[in-house]
Ligand binder design. Sequence first.
Ligand SMILES: [Zn+2]
Length: 609
Amino acid sequence: MAPVFSPDIIARVKDESDIVEIVRQHVTLKQAGAVYKGLCPFHKEKTPSFIVTPGRQRWHCFGCGNGGDVISFLMEAEGITFPEAVELLARPLDIDLSSWLKEDESEGERRAFHRANEVAAGIWCDAFWDERTGSAARNYMADRGFGEKVLRDHDVGWAPGGSGWLAEQLKKAGVDEELAIQADLLRSSDHGGSFAYFRNRIIFPIKNISRQVAGFGGRIIDQGEPKYLNSADSSYFSKGKLLYGFDSSRMSISREKSALLVEGYLDLLALAQAGWSNVVATCGTAFTEDQARLIRRGAPNVVLLFDGDKAGLKAAVRSADVALRNGLEPKIVALSDGLDPADIVIEQGPDVMRELLRGAQGYIPFLRSLADARGGDRQVKERALRQVLGTIAGIEDQLRREYVLQEAAEEFDVGLDVLRESLRMEKKPVPRWARNPNEGPTARVPGASEPPSPEEPSGPEEEDLQERRPVRPGGPMVKRRIGAPNPALIEQQLFAHVLKDDTGQAARAFAAERAGLELRTEGARQLASELEAWAASNESRSGVSPLKFVEDRWNSVGDRDYRGFVSRLLEKEEIPDQTDFVQVMRDCLATLQRGRSAAPQTGRSSDPG
Ligand SMILES: [Zn+2]
């Protein structure tokens, strides 16, 4: 494929960009003679092996071997494509690229996706401020205490009811139906035609790091379910990798060395309105490792400000665990029961919020005070401490692990040696039974990572049931590593969900519907045949779950690849308990099957169907 830009223009963009300044937006650099050093943003490390050499306009990491020029740095660091990186660099240099743009097919697709979203965002924004269409939405937001400025700053919109309204507006704006369906703005209906996915909802555009609209969150304004709806994940939009508001908060986050993490779009808006600019929100999913690493690039600290109810508490403890494992220093703010951050900042004022933020506790003191609040008896404390140990076991940095362990010993008044010994027995990031093929799965320590709040999980919003919808018929065409759908990842998704489903319905459906689909890795192939064996077995009829079946046969089948593959799946903790596993499995399967028939690998086309 011909390059999108000529070599001349690329050379000019590279020459005129200051690589040190660009890298500095992501990495703290210290000058060391003719080079600059810092902690590599692409692998975990505690001593700097990441070098920028301005004289050669290059960067290199001696730890992970990554390296390149300013363009490849931006591509890696921001997860963007080559042309996007060139565009991003050219903008402040006043280099006009328009005459050089020759749209390459796959790039065209990515651009079209974002453009469709941007057009939709504009349409919904106009509808919000339009006298005729948006009054209910504007009244709702005004009643909740939101002023015009914050709503305009964040491009808040309104999706009116009527399933054909959006299609009509998009058509007028030149976005065709097929593209709108790919972007999940419209969905195909069973009876032919399409309908608008978001209807009667306040719309929050979710932007990626290059400020393109990648997807949307939508909130219902009256009683209706689900309260929140989000665009489905696709190759250009992944809720677990983006943070709402990060595009505009990242500078603030770097400056303040701290991010404020909330769970709701409205929480973010309320805090922004009151002057907090370092806020980010999860987009309707649990806080993920990717999101933790996104924050970690800019700041070492994160303050978790979640709803003051049991679900919020549980989410906060879980998120603090993810944060701590991924190199962030989390603090948790405890809100009174029934209140969310937006209520507090709007109804009680910024001073009350500031006071609450000042009272934020570190993870370990927080768990300790939680145990105390629950009566503080030995069992409660013991469970809290086990939770702490589970988290500590997942911290890779040895020094940090030691310090956190010391803190736990002090906080829970237990001897450090005892804790250290217990830690050795705790669950490791990769279960030991998976590391050592001769050891059975019983070596795992059940309960090690059970959170201390024993209440039912809040339950995913309805959209979780639909979010793994495949993107486009035939599978996305983008060839680039970044953003392209990765069949290996889809396979992992599929099997992670199948194994998580203890009822076995997803496994049974997989065995029945696989239809000879070839899988990419040996591990996946082995697991598939295990699941098929399970489906045909007496165990499945007598209620043995697929996971139990797999674990029972752990030592007698497969090899290291298989065991590695399966144990990685079991580490996927972000799958909510109440997911529609069968649906996710089917969506993944459909995507894989389409991918196969559209692009037979290495010229083999054994299966034309
Ligand atoms: Zn590195």
